[in-house]
Design a protein around this ligand. Structure first.
Ligand SMILES: Nc1ncnc2c1ncn2[C@@H]1O[C@H](COP(=O)(O)OP(=O)(O)OP(=O)(O)O)[C@@H](O)[C@H]1O
Ligand SMILES: [Mg+2]
Length: 354
């Protein structure tokens, strides 16, 4: 008997997934490290109901111990974090004694991925359906009521062009996102100057900033040469800077008519290059911060959509930063603006010219 138990203990310890061997009266006979990590209160010789308050699993175990066949049940743990397991309870006979072997398979990640996939399709279709419905509506009007009205036609065509561009942009963003995600494990190799990238972005976004009454202030000496060279993908880095600065202009501008500024800073910090984009707008309430980089996540979906946003910008930023082995930090005090900081490893820290 003791020999059987020793053997069982050694055997379950060799298995990677959480495994428990339950004996007579639901007593825990053996459990491997994976199972002990999962249930810190677990002690061999305790009874299973003492460790697990999951009626389905306890019932299945009892049935197996009573000679029933192997069964599958689910275990839903809510503390300390929500996790979902599939529990396989199988009968095991050794030295005339009946045992139940419980093997747990963690389905938490699979479930999350599945939920993300479903949400993603729903979100993407929803975002495409709105401009598409509007396009179809205008086409019908142009074919009918407004057929001979050249003024209305011009106006409708302009709106249709905007809606069409919006759809094209959404698809472009989705494709870039999936491309970056696919290549996330491949670190880019080309030397790219972050300073040049950011300056290029600022040049491109200055007209938009002026229209919104915002001044883009770059905190990097314009006259002395400065470069922050990364192993990177220039186009992707451009998208990062563009998204952050564009967001600051879109969501960080003061009330209409007021002159506000956006501070963009570039620094070398030891072996890291740091880009900071800071605005002095309304900021972002704390509860939204952890979710901002989720695809399609927007604090105020209506306001973002009105500005042509799809909620994919920061998701793209996150993946590009990860691909460049960098980090993204977001800080905000509501009412005081928001600060986005990205840091990338420098290619040759000691050669940075300041
Ligand atoms: N500087 C900021 N100040 C306040 N809110 C912000 C700021 N930057 C981003 N946000 C919030 O985060 C949301 C997500 O930003 P993200 O860039 O991912 O999407 P978007 O700008 O709405 O769309 P897209 O980038 O695709 O045009 C925004 O909709 C906005 O609510
Ligand atoms: Mg954006």
């Amino acid at each position: 008997m003791a020999e059987v138990v020793n053997l069982l203990e050694a055997f379950v310890e060799a298995l990677p997934e959480p495994v428990l061997v339950i004996g007579r009266q639901q007593r825990i006979v053996a459990a491997n490290s994976a199972a002990r990590a999962l249930f810190p209160a677990l002690r061999v010789q305790n009874t299973l109901p003492f460790v697990l308050r999951a009626p389905d699993v306890l019932e299945a175990t009892a049935r197996v111990l009573a000679g029933g066949p192997a069964t599958l049940t689910m275990l839903h743990e809510r503390v300390p974090v929500e996790r979902l397991f599939q529990v396989h309870a199988a009968p095991f006979l050794a030295a005339g004694e009946a045992y139940a072997v419980l093997t747990l398979r963690d389905l938490t990640d699979a479930r999350r991925v599945e939920r993300m996939r479903v949400d993603f399709i729903a979100n993407a279709s929803h975002e495409l359906r709105t401009p598409l419905a509007s396009l179809l509506g205008f086409i019908e009007t142009l074919q009918g009521a407004a057929r001979e009205d050249s003024v209305a036609r011009e106006r409708f065509l302009a709106i249709m062009r905007d809606q069409g561009r919006r759809m094209a942009r959404l698809i472009d963003d989705l494709l870039s996102l999936s491309k970056v995600e696919q290549q996330e494990h491949v670190r880019p190799q080309t030397p790219v100057d972050l300073v040049e990238v950011v300056r290029h972005c600022i040049d491109g976004l200055t007209p938009m900033a002026q229209e919104s009454g915002v001044h883009l202030h770059l905190d990097a000496p314009m006259d002395t040469p400065m470069s922050l060279i990364l192993a990177g993908d220039r186009d992707e880095l451009l998208r990062v800077a563009e998204n952050l600065i564009e967001n600051a202009i879109k969501y960080g501008a003061g009330p209409a008519g007021s002159q506000s500024r956006i501070d963009i800073a570039l620094q070398a910090q030891g072996s890291l290059a740091r880009l900071t984009v800071r605005d002095f707008g309304p900021g972002i309430p704390a509860e939204h911060l952890p979710r901002l980089t989720e695809r399609f996540y927007r604090v105020d979906a209506g306001a973002s959509r009105a500005k042509g946003g799809t909620g994919l910008g920061l998701a793209l930023v996150k993946h590009v930063v990860a691909r460049h082995r960098g980090t993204l930090k977001i800080a905000s005090q509501p009412g005081q603006g928001a600060e986005f900081i990205v840091e990338f490893p420098l290619l040759v820290p000691e050669k940075v010219v300041l």
